[in-house]
Design a protein. Sequence first.
Length: 168
Amino acid sequence: MNFFDTRPFLWTLPSRDSTFSAMDHFLQAALEEARKGLAEGGIPIGSVIVRNGEIIGRGHNKRIQQGSTVLHGEMDALENAGRLAPSIYRECTLYTTLSPCPMCSGAILLYKIPRVIIGENKTFLGAEDHLRSNGVELEVVNDLSCIAMMEDFIKARPELWNEDIGEV
C-alpha cells in the first residue's frame, strides 16, 4: 500500500476483527486527519478528541504547512476543540495515530485527559512511560495502516521526520 497516493477513497483501514468498534471508528477519524496532513505536504500524524462518543476536536500535524514549531496532531486537535472548561477534558479520550511526543504528552497531562488510544508506537516511541506514571490509561493498537504510513513517510522524507522529533 503506497500512502503517498493522496487520491480520496483509495485508503483502507484493516480491521482487527469482524466487528467495527467505536475505537476503530475514532482511530479511522485520526487516520483521516493524518492523510489530510500528508496530502497537504506535511507529516502524516492525526488525532481526535472524543467525549461521550462524539468527536469534539480533530487535527493533524501542521508544522510544515504553517511553519509552526508546535502544531503536532494532538496539539492541533486541542486547538480545534476550542477553549473548554478543564472538566470537559477530564471526560475525554484522545486518539492519535502515533505515540505522543513529550510536548504533546505535556498537554495531555496539563488538561488531565485520562485515556489515550495510540495507533502505533513501532516507528516512534513517545513519552508513554511518563503518561502512565502520571495515571493516564494508554492502549497501543499497533494498527497496520498507521505503521505503514509512518514507515513510508520516514523513508521518503527523513529530514522532515527528524526535524519533527527534534533530531535535526
